[in-house]
Design a protein around this ligand. Structure first.
Ligand SMILES: *[C@@H]1O[C@H](CO)[C@@H](O)[C@H](O)[C@H]1NC(C)=O
Length: 505
């Protein structure tokens, strides 16, 4: 048989096509095979495989310079050699920590290194079990009692709904059950003692091993912030979670944990610094302890005012759905009391004005979201007060550190809490004219209007911010003239067009 040139070309073309087809199909086969072998490619930790039953021990609270983590780890491995243990440190511990080299033991560094992927620095990459137990330094697991298993068992079979269980550590700081109330709006955390023998708490003090669901723990805002338990309970109490104290307990490897007074002092200082940073990060400026003592974080005479310049009468904290920081309210009360005392002793007639008077009428205090205090004064009385007289020619720092000045914004006076902290009381001078109280500088505010002098005749004392201050008679008439009907009963933010109380809370 003879083959034409055309037939030859056709045959070659078919052969080439078949070859290409074979090549493509084998390539697909290989790709499929690769997918089967490496189901998650390079992004394995991002596509989280489901959590395995059981628990992981997570150790976070320890110091570099002296710790017993290797002993803690060994004691838990004695209970269960397969136990997953994760040690989380901000950076590589130094001096080095000599841990057993095993696939179930991980040290996670939380500070990322620029040459490594982010998931390596996330503890959730290594905690792949359904439960996680937070274990403090120095804790000894007991082979005979198998405490972790007991905790897990009790958690699973728990009748009352709790999100966490805790086992006390027998240490010099005994475990105490507390109730914690956190109000971000008021920048406040309040610890209260729980009823005696109470086992159901919203916070704990002292040392404990705490067990919770891994998915709950890593769904917190900052699961690993230190001090670990302080941070944990602030976050969990905001979510309405509870912790149940179990009968199971742990002992310490040895007591005291730190061998020298110097190291103890170092550890105490670091704990204090961590606590300060934690409350600052969480925006908690006032902490009331279970014994009633108060701790304040931020705002003093030495710090700047803790909110910036105010735009549209709406301070920045209102946009954060928060009210005036309690330390600012305290400083405003203190400044108001101080200024009013000076006005009274030097013979300057004054009265609570504007929003300040509204606060006095509503709840005998500064409105919880207000940012300054306003007083009206008789212009003709100004020369009676030496500090106001002197303020005419520049700002004056008085003997108590308050700053008196003529405001640059217009014809009024301002007394600042301190040179650094510009929280202030404003003094607005009015003068009588044809039976009306008037002035020369007007602000673009509804309440900044003339009013009949009879409201000031006489002035009447009202309770305000913990003392008695003078106010116009017929409080309601005066306030409704200035703010409109129902002003006392209907609270509203200063500029509802920007941020309104209803929508914002
Ligand atoms: C994580 O927390 C948020 C709010 O705190 C909640 O709505 C969500 O259901 C939680 N997710 C899981 C997986 O628990």
């Amino acid at each position: 048989m003879r083959i034409t040139f055309c037939q030859g070309v056709l045959a070659v073309a078919i052969a080439v096509n078949l070859l290409i087809l074979h090549y493509i199909s084998s390539l697909q086969q290989r790709l499929l095979q690769h997918h089967r072998d490496h189901p998650h490619h390079g992004s394995r930790p991002l596509l989280c495989p489901p959590l395995k039953p059981g628990l992981t021990v997570l150790i976070r609270e320890f110091e570099d310079f002296e710790n017993y983590i290797p002993d803690v780890v060994r004691s838990f491995l004695k209970q269960d050699p397969e136990l997953n243990i994760v040690v989380a440190a901000d950076r590589l511990p130094y001096p080095p920590m000599l841990l057993p080299n095993a696939p179930n033991i991980h040290v996670v560094l939380l500070k990322p290194s620029p040459d490594r992927p982010a998931y390596e620095f996330k503890p959730e990459t290594y905690v792949r079990t359904e439960y996680v137990a937070l274990v403090p330094d120095g804790v000894k697991a007991d082979t005979a009692t198998a405490q972790l298993e007991q905790m897990l068992e009790e958690f699973r079979s728990s009748q009352t709904k709790v999100e966490m269980v805790a086992a006390p550590v027998r240490s010099p700081a005994p475990l105490r059950c507390l109730n914690l109330k956190v109000s971000l709006k008021e920048w406040t955390a309040e610890y209260m003692p729980a009823p005696p023998a109470s086992r159901l708490c919203t916070a704990l003090t002292g040392e404990a091993v705490v067990l919770l669901r891994t998915k709950d723990f890593f769904n917190l805002s900052r699961p690993l912030a230190r001090p670990l338990l302080t941070s944990l309970f602030v976050q969990t109490s905001l979510r309405g979670w509870a912790v149940r104290v179990l009968d199971v307990s742990f002992s310490l490897l040895h007591q005291p944990l730190l061998t020298s007074a110097h190291n103890q002092w170092k550890a105490d200082n670091l704990a204090k610094a961590n606590r300060l940073r934690l409350f600052q990060d969480f925006g908690l400026k006032r902490v009331i302890l279970e014994d009633g003592k108060e701790q304040w974080f931020g705002c003093s005479k030495e710090t700047p005012r803790c909110f910036g310049t105010i735009h549209d009468d709406t301070p920045e904290y209102l946009y954060q759905n928060r009210w005036t920081p309690p330390c600012c309210l305290r400083a405003l009360r203190e400044t108001a009391k101080y200024v009013i005392n000076i006005l009274e002793t030097s013979g300057v007639r004054y009265w609570l004005e504007g929003g300040t008077l509204l606060g006095a009428a509503r709840h005998q205090d500064i409105i919880p979201w207000d940012y300054d205090v306003d007083l009206g004064v008789y212009l003709e009385d100004i020369p009676n007060c030496e500090l106001l007289r002197n303020a005419e020619s520049g700002s004056v720092v008085d003997e108590k550190g308050f700053v008196w000045e003529k405001a640059i914004e217009g014809d009024f006076y301002r007394v600042q809490y301190s040179e650094h902290n510009h929280l202030h009381v404003d003094l607005w001078p009015f003068y009588p004219k044809n039976g009306l109280m008037t002035k020369d500088t007007w602000m673009d505010h509804r309440q900044d209007i003339e009013f009949p002098e009879h409201f000031l005749k006489p002035l009447v004392p009202v309770p305000f911010a913990g003392f008695l201050a003078l106010a116009p008679n017929d409080l309601r008439g005066f306030l409704e003239l200035k703010f409109g009907e129902g002003a006392i009963e209907k609270p509203e933010y200063p500029n509802p067009a920007m941020k309104s109380l209803e929508k914002g809370s």
